[in-house]
Write a protein that binds this ligand. Structure first.
Ligand code: G3P
Ligand code: MG
Length: 358
């Protein structure tokens, strides 16, 4: 991509393509860059370090506010990342604020799940660690654990309490919804506490009516982390919770799963990429805010049943590129969800795109 823009591209120069990068198994394995990802991303910036090709991170992962994850990705990958470019599994939860703004909700998962939800505007949030501490003996195995959940939530509580309206004894309120924001840390305790919430209408210990709402940020059965073979993801946790709940409760578990491959995730990604492209333009009003200004949107992923399936379902203008650094390790293409292009690494994927487009 030899041409570098001395200043922001005008509409005619504005790239007619954008890129969505999956993170786990494409750019990172755990916290380690893979596939020469830092160099590949740097090619999307001009010599002064200004972004010239609109791209986003489109991950089913999460657990930290987008602003915090952007800083972490900046440190891990060595490129300037704006929070606008970070689209996580739980990012769509912000659309549910109006419905649960002041209701008591419980946030589950690694990292700072309560801060994630508070930053979206939910005003009455407890992490599952905090909520479990409302009830003595709710986890009969707590005494055998090397750490107590409370020890690890200081950061989460500090940030979240700044945004929360002080409540009397929130533990006595009915839980209206549970959000599984990121991969649960203590499956046994979380399944127990979620079953207590869901089968008592949100008031553990007292039996009442309607099952509270249950939302999952994604439904990945497995994903690629630093271990050589895939790790169990949030979808595996959902299957465990669902099979147990359905054995101890007369009605089947009701839930909503977000994340790739949902078509709405790719629709939203188009809008975010369009906003990003407009911000690169000199005279944004010269371009109507229509995602179809993109000739092609590239989805670079490692999981055929999540990343490639999602791009295929989304249809035009999506073009899927499958890498071999994550879940997929095959020689040819995937049988059930064949990608438009298969490469070894994300560096090869970016090479392919820049050769094709420029
Ligand atoms: O928990 C992360 C996992 O679900 C997959 O993340 O980046 O491959 O969509 P990603
Ligand atoms: Mg992945």
């Amino acid at each position: 991509f030899s041409r570098s823009f001395s200043e922001s591209p005008s509409r005619s120069e504005r790239p007619s393509f954008g890129i969505a990068f999956d993170i786990d198994g494409v750019l990172l394995l755990g916290n380690t860059p893979v596939g020469a990802s830092p160099g590949a991303l740097r090619r999307l910036y001009d010599d002064s370090g200004k972004l010239k090709i609109p791209y986003i991170f489109l991950t089913n992962g999460g657990g930290f506010p987008e602003s915090k994850r952007a800083i972490e990705l900046n440190q891990l990958l060595g490129v300037n990342v704006s929070p606008l470019q970070v689209v996580q599994g739980h990012s769509p939860f912000k659309r549910l604020v109006n419905r649960f703004e002041n209701e008591l909700i419980v946030a589950v998962g690694k990292g700072e799940p309560a801060s994630v939800m508070s930053e979206y505007g939910f005003r009455n949030v407890l992490s599952i660690d905090e909520y479990a501490n409302c009830f003595q003996n709710i986890d009969p195995l707590a005494q055998y654990k090397r750490w107590t959940p409370m020890q690890v939530i200081d950061e989460d509580t500090k940030v979240k309490n700044k945004q929360m309206t002080p409540k009397t004894n929130v533990c006595l309120e009915r839980v209206q919804a549970a959000f599984v924001v990121s991969d649960p840390v203590d499956w046994g305790r979380d399944i127990q506490v979620l079953c207590d919430i869901l089968r008592t209408g949100g008031l553990p210990g007292r039996n009442t009516g309607k099952q509270p709402h249950l939302y999952f940020a994604s439904d990945d059965l497995e994903y690629q982390a630093a271990f050589p073979s895939e790790r169990l993801g949030m979808g595996a946790f959902r299957i465990a919770l669902e099979s147990i709940f359905n054995r101890i409760h007369p009605n089947a578990l009701e839930y909503t799963s977000f994340g790739k491959p949902n078509p709405s995730v790719f629709k939203n990604a188009e809008i975010v990429l369009e906003q990003l492209a407009l911000s690169l333009c000199q005279n944004p009003d010269s371009v109507n805010g229509n995602a179809h200004n993109f000739k092609t949107l590239y989805m670079i992923g490692d999981n055929p049943s999540v990343d490639i399936k999602g791009a295929r379902q989304a249809g035009q203008p999506w073009f899927s590129i499958l890498t071999r650094t994550g879940v997929f390790k095959g020689k040819e293409n995937h049988i059930d969800f064949p990608a438009n292009q298969v490469v070894d690494t994300v560096e090869e994927a970016v090479d392919y795109i820049l050769r094709k487009e420029c």
